[in-house]
Ligand binder design. Sequence first.
Ligand code: PHE
Length: 461
Amino acid sequence: MQGGGDRDSFSSKFGVLAALAGSAIGLGNIWRFPYVVGQNGGGAFLLIYVIFIAAIGIPVMMSEFMIGRSAQLNPVGAFKKIAPGTKWHLAGMLGVVSVFIIFAFYTVVAGWTLEYVIQSVKWILFPDKFGFASMDNVALTQFFSNHYESFTSGTWRPIIWFLVMMFLTGYIVISGVKNGIEKFAKILMPIFLVLLLILVLRSVSLEGGREGLVFLFKPDFNTIKEAPFRIILEALGQAFFSLSIGMGTLITYGSYIKRKENLAGTAVSVVVADTSVAIIAGLAIFPAVFAFGIDPGEGPELVYKTLPVIFQNMAGGLIWAFMFFLLLCFAAITSTISMLEVIVAYFSEQLNMSRKRATMLSMISVGVLGIICTASDEVFGLFNASPDLMLPLGGFFIVVFIGWFFSGEKSRQELSSDGAFKIRYHRLFMFLVKFVAPLAIAFLFALGVYSKVISIFPSLG
Ligand code: PHE
């Protein structure tokens, strides 16, 4: 299917937005964003994050779309086609490698949501067995914290849930039910949003919740003084991760976008949707965190420990937990699909495999990585930290490519869809991709890596 006319594409404008928002919105917003904000001091981090989203995230996302749509190929093939005989395809390769790593740990965390779906059924059916009625919020927090610990440190359940998630993802990608998933996304994502908003209402009305809002929205730069460059790089990494950029996912999805779609408008809609959901998740979590006396810097368990306690504080109790984790699992699948799609497109287009074989091979290789993640906290930690380095690096090459190697004429053509749309923003865009984004990324990357290394080997400082 090398760039042929029979290439699959998204059926409608809504289909494009559903698939892209599905990729962007997921565990990155609900699980990773709140705990990373919590670990890095709250409001100041959020402010830096939002600046990165607007000034770097949007241009990188548009650049990925432009590369994918103009080449009609996977990330490696796309660079080979647009810049033949150069080393640019290595930038695509870097993306594919990042996908392997991120897909593996992401699917492990996606598996956790299934554990919570099943457990909440038990919790709902046998509340007496667990003694929920007599627990106050402190005891409840302890209970869910213990549950998280015993589950994640166990051997089999994390592996089984991980494999279930892998197979679900593989099944959907093999059968190519893009339509099916789009249809699901149309119904389930709005329900998820409503549920999240109900959660926000409950959380902000908890006694002592106000402090959480102050933490989230009042920038206090003293909180990032300790390791400013590491923290700023983490904000950049989280921005890339949450937008699904910097590893070619959106080059791949971009290759399925029809020429009549407006790339800039699409990017802005996706970015606004993704960032709103992350902030809404923060609004649900932080008031409760402060009301229950949980440490916001808790780490990856933050959400899994806080949310169930909020649910217990609501009429209906853990029935909410069941619905919420089920929908979160769905939100995660629309993201894992977009990752698997990168590898499958790469294997099938560059290595001439059938879609089915490509999917199986990807699942086996990522399966091994994922199982290692469930077995070792160190590997999990390393993989989970990798987006902060890999994605800005990938994004750097992508904007430099568009800014310096993709001709201005071609860039106008792509962004205006051959003249169909006005692109008054074009000069601003070129300025961002030529100078602002590459320089900012390079600078933050160098300093961030330095400060990370120093934090590991203080004697070098
Ligand atoms: N953006 C997704 C999320 O926030 C994760 C993701 C990253 C998906 C990179 C695809 C590529 O959950």
